[in-house]
Design a protein around this ligand. Structure first.
Ligand SMILES: [Zn+2]
Length: 304
């Protein structure tokens, strides 16, 4: 039996047959998604908070690549966050250049997406890094094979279509040199949209590619976080953070923290004043002659 509190919805769970990929909480979260939120929290706030307890900070700007429903709504509540998709609106293709988005984001999340991006994946990694602020970071989950090797399934992909043929699908590709290729050894991952597996990463190759894309540091989460239901097995997608410089709050976010703190202080002060007034009233009432008399007779209001 595995017991944990989901850090995406805050529900307490007891799971008898625990596995990493199937959802193990009613909200739909699994090990890698809880690991991603754990990393996001640590990166932003220096501690692992459950998502519902994240402070609301609209000064923090985030972007999702096909983020899942179990956490994208809460992220939009907490931050200036937008989810995007490769194949539907709001659409964003990370393999294309978006100069208007350069340096705009504190964080970008990519949960099991990098293996589906058409080659060269390097272009998407470079574009993602460009879209981050100098102190921004990229949160990733991606399957890495135990052989630690990058396997690019379609290195010559150029103009291509996936077409149904009989019971299965085939990929027809016209390479840059004009040669036509047809492949039927396709692996699709569950879910909607463009889910053809384009490659399998190894951890070392992924780190090298992220560094080559200009990221300064890459940190993999390798330890379990049992209290949040993050327990790795050989099948778990690897959660990691690729950073530019260490994350810091910018001025605007700093102001928002101070404003939130001040209004919380003011609220606490007002509540204390109200409690003091009430205590005074009770003291006065208890002191009154009629109440004392009533108490002697065992009748009247009770204030304790
Ligand atoms: Zn949950």
């Amino acid at each position: 039996m595995v017991r944990f509190t989901c850090n995406i919805c805050s529900a307490y769970n007891e799971v008898e047959h625990f596995a990493s990929e199937p959802s193990t909480c009613a909200c739909g979260s699994n090990v890698r998604l809880r690991a991603l939120i754990h990393l996001l929290s640590n990166e932003l706030f220096g501690r692992s908070l459950p998502l519902p307890a994240f402070p609301k900070m609209k000064a923090i700007r985030g972007l999702g690549m096909s983020d899942k429903e179990c956490y994208n709504g809460l992220l939009a509540e907490k931050f200036d966050y937008a989810n995007t998709f490769y194949d539907r609106e709001p659409r964003l293709d990370f393999t294309e250049s978006h100069p208007e988005l350069a340096g705009q984001y504190d964080f970008i999340l990519s949960a099991d997406v990098l293996e589906h991006i058409a080659p060269p994946v390097q272009r998407a990694l470079e574009e993602t890094r460009r879209m981050l602020k100098p102190h921004g970071f990229l949160g990733i989950t991606v399957y890495c094979n135990p052989e630690d090797r990058l396997r690019e399934h379609f290195p010559e992909l150029h103009e291509f279509r996936i077409v149904p043929l009989g019971d299965a699908s085939v990929l027809i590709n016209r390479r840059r040199d004009g040669v036509l290729e047809i492949r039927d050894d396709l692996v699709f991952h569950g879910g909607s949209g463009a889910t053809l597996e384009m490659r399998e990463f190894g951890a070392s190759a992924l780190r090298a590619q992220l560094l080559a894309a200009g990221f300064c540091a890459v940190t993999f989460l390798t330890e379990n976080v049992p209290e949040s239901g993050v327990l790795f097995d050989h099948d778990t997608s690897q959660p990691l953070i690729a950073r530019n410089h260490e994350f810091t709050f910018d001025h605007w976010a700093g102001h928002q923290m101070v404003d939130a703190w001040q209004s919380a202080e003011a609220r606490a002060r007002k509540e204390k004043e109200r409690a003091d007034v009430l205590a005074d009233r009770i003291r006065l009432a208890s002191a009154s002659r009629w109440v004392r008399l009533g108490r002697m007779l065992g009748i009247g209001p009770k204030f304790d």
